[in-house]
Design a protein around this ligand. Structure first.
Ligand SMILES: Nc1ncnc2c1ncn2[C@@H]1O[C@H](COP(=O)(O)OP(=O)(O)OP(=O)(O)O)[C@@H](O)[C@H]1O
Ligand SMILES: [Mg+2]
Length: 290
């Protein structure tokens, strides 16, 4: 028998007060160790789904389970959930509130009642993981947007969750900031954290995630990222286009440069390597000058 999912919503329905149903009868699983990208149109319910997974919202029907155990929404149940699942909201200003970065990052661990030495070590570790040790004593409101984003993620990382859920973590970051964040997330994944992120960036999802979940009007569709992100029908419903890697793979197959069953490239470097391997070293290199 399969192990139960690390976190799962079963038959979950949710509507905001006086609003229409945002999610109804939704089944959604986070599997341990599988990096998961959640994609869907503006207003499709990604943030709502993430808040249901992290216990910030409670489904009106159905329920949330951690390793098959139903979550109880009392103080003890929610504290236990918080040590398993941490959500980083999209806007860091909705998350940061303490005077300095270090104070903000220490808030969660202090609230768990951990000893001071443990809190200090977690804060130091989280700041180092996010590459913001030098910002420890800086007031959060004086940081740049990208720095605030990293500080907000550090606060969640300091809780040492088994599942880290990030709502559009790369939005608003410059390309170098995006790359550094992805490297940080890779480090957390290697250390055993299961990472879930909402994103509108199909190329990033193809490159980064093991599984992709597409939120469409008829529900959520989850599966391995390369196959989900080549489903033109679902992508259209989710307001997304085909990732360039999938489009490139189709071209390579049409040209006989990629076997029908082979996986397509996820990065420009992989595309260049495939082109070279297929005996077309001109593809993927810079065009010759005039
Ligand atoms: N606090 C709220 N009160 C009432 N309705 C809300 C609230 N938050 C979200 N909604 C509504 O719920 C629906 C889903 O919103 P949600 O924020 O989950 O979408 P999303 O997929 O995260 O969108 P985006 O890509 O814009 O972040 C939308 O119709 C939205 O207007
Ligand atoms: Mg959202």
């Amino acid at each position: 028998m399969n192990e139960p999912a690390l976190v799962a919503l079963r038959g979950a329905s949710f509507a905001y007060e006086d609003g229409p149903a945002v999610l109804s009868g939704l089944d959604f699983e986070v599997r341990e160790g599988r990096a998961l990208a959640l994609l869907g149109r503006n207003g499709s319910g990604k943030t709502t789904l993430m808040r249901l997974l992290s216990g910030g919202l409670r489904p009106q029907a159905g329920g949330l389970a951690v390793e098959g155990e139903p979550v109880r929404y009392d103080r003890a149940g929610l504290t236990r959930l918080r040590t398993t699942v941490q959500l980083v909201v999209q806007d860091p200003d909705d998350q940061l509130f303490a005077a300095s970065v270090a104070q903000d990052v220490s808030f969660g661990p202090l609230n768990l009642g951990l000893p001071d030495a443990e809190v200090r070590s977690r804060v130091a570790g989280a700041l180092a993981a996010l590459d913001i040790t030098a910002l420890a004593d800086r007031p959060t409101h004086l940081l740049s947007y990208g720095q605030r984003k990293r500080a907000a993620i550090a606060g969640a990382v300091a809780m040492r969750p088994r599942v880290l859920i990030l709502d559009e973590p790369t939005a608003g970051l410059d390309p170098d900031g995006q790359e550094r964040l992805l490297a940080t997330l890779d480090g957390l994944r290697e250390a055993g954290t299961t990472v879930v992120m909402a994103t509108h960036d199909v190329d990033l999802a193809l490159r980064w995630s093991d599984d992709a979940a597409l939120l469409t009007p008829d529900g959520v569709h989850t599966g391995p990222a390369p196959s989900m992100l080549s489903r033109t029908d679902l992508l259209r419903q989710a307001g997304l286009r085909l990732p360039w890697g999938v489009a490139a793979a189709r071209l390579l197959r049409a040209q006989g440069a990629l076997a029908a069953t082979a996986e397509g490239p996820r990065t420009a470097e992989e595309l260049a390597a495939m082109a070279t391997a297929s005996g077309r070293p001109d593809v993927g290199t810079a065009p010759a000058g005039p």
